[in-house]
Design a protein around this ligand. Structure first.
Ligand SMILES: [Zn+2]
Length: 388
């Protein structure tokens, strides 16, 4: 057992947060009710304004504010929230976009039923930001010194963070550690490893011909695609944490035409950077089985591997001990899905991800978060921001 390091007893911290339950839930509701689909810039800018106003109302004006134009998506804002403790800042990653289109609220409104919150984005990841705001407020209330925070608010995470990723790569190396407010894994586990994700397209070009008049005149791109799909799936190595899935194929024009074109879209997951290089090699050496059929690969690695580095393990162990002090067990998990934590990890930072909501159903109508989890993790986040 480790001793509780904060000057405020864990029970007092927990009780104060529980006393503010209704206020916290009202704010989660208000945030969920500002719809923020990743592809609607006007809605995202409204959501961002809501969030910045919310933070300023509770925590005061930030000492610094850096804006990166989000283009078609929401702007990326980094807020500096200086603390009283010395040392490099903690970078906290949050995204305010969701996968839900405008108008979803009409059929899937916010609701509270016993311990369960429902609504678009409540799990991924609007409750996470409420935890952060109230963790800082709790520390303020008890006069517990906090570490300096750089809070990143991204508006394009659900589409792969095309804009936020460069900002994350730039600020992550300045961080003592990176905490990610993404939703937790099963049973409230935090995420200490995430797979890297690649999205690629394979384009095959053969020779079109009348398949009936002369079956040898053409070179079938569809037949070559069938061979290439076999090679791609054969690159799966589950023991190494690598999976390749060809999820979409198309090709040809008519049954009696030797197809001149065929196409496949694939998703690749890797748990290890060496595997990423092996897959690059596979993609560069695909064999169409016919010299007349050419193969071109487009696409890219969308997110790098987030490995369980010693730095990440150390942050996890501190979080686990603090959770024990608060009276609950904090497990860890490695997951296949990627987040902005992947970019921070690849930039060399110690990253603890999945500190946000407890619940499930991300990106689905079953999306939900528990009130008990939200309150518990608000206390955990407060303790993490007050210790190094
Ligand atoms: Zn998310």
């Amino acid at each position: 057992m480790t001793s509780w390091p904060l000057s405020t007893p864990a029970a007092d911290l927990t009780a104060w947060i529980a006393d503010h339950r209704d206020e916290v839930l009202q704010e989660v509701r208000a945030y969920v009710e500002v719809e923020t689909p990743s592809d609607d810039r006007a809605a995202l800018q409204r959501g961002l304004a809501f969030v910045e106003d919310w933070i300023a109302r509770h925590l005061g004006a930030p000492a610094g504010r850096e804006v990166t134009d989000g283009g078609d998506h929401g702007d990326v804002v980094v807020l500096d929230l200086p603390g009283d403790l010395p040392g490099d800042p903690v970078v906290v990653l949050a995204h305010y976009d969701t996968v839900w289109p405008l108008g979803t609220l009409a059929e899937f409104p916010f609701s509270l039923d016993g311990d369960v919150l429902r609504g678009p984005g409540v799990f991924d990841m609007k409750s996470g930001l409420a935890q952060f705001v109230w963790a800082c407020k709790a520390l303020q209330h008890f006069d517990v010194p906090r570490r300096s925070v750089r809070l990143l608010l991204g508006g394009d995470e659900e589409v792969g963070s095309p804009v936020a990723q460069d900002v994350i790569r730039r600020i992550a190396p300045t961080a003592a550690e990176v905490l990610v407010l993404e939703a937790s894994g099963p049973g409230g586990t935090v995420k200490t490893a995430r797979k890297g994700v690649g999205l690629f397209q394979v384009h095959l070009t053969g020779v079109e011909a009348h398949a009936g008049l002369d079956p040898t005149a053409g070179a079938s791109a569809v037949l070559a695609l069938a061979r290439v799909v076999q090679q791609l799936h054969a690159a799966t190595d589950l023991s190494a944490g690598t999976s390749v899935n060809v999820g979409v194929v198309s090709g040809g024009t008519r049954p009696n035409v030797t197809p001149g074109k065929a196409w496949a879209g694939l998703d690749v997951r890797v748990a290890d950077p060496a595997e990423q290089h092996r897959i690059d090699e596979v993609l560069a050496t695909l064999d169409t089985g016919d010299d007349r059929v050419t193969c071109e690969v487009t696409g890219r690695w969308n997110r790098p591997v987030m490995a369980r580095t010693p730095g990440t393990a150390a942050v996890y162990e501190r979080a686990r001990d603090l959770a024990a002090g608060l009276g609950f067990e904090l497990g860890e998990i490695a997951v296949g899905g990627a987040s902005d934590g992947n970019f921070a990890s690849a930039a060399g930072a110690a990253v603890l991800d999945g500190l946000g909501a407890v619940g499930g159903g991300a990106h689905a109508r079953s999306e939900h978060a528990t009130v008990s989890g939200l309150l518990q993790r608000t206390a955990l986040l407060a303790a993490l921001l007050a210790t190094a």
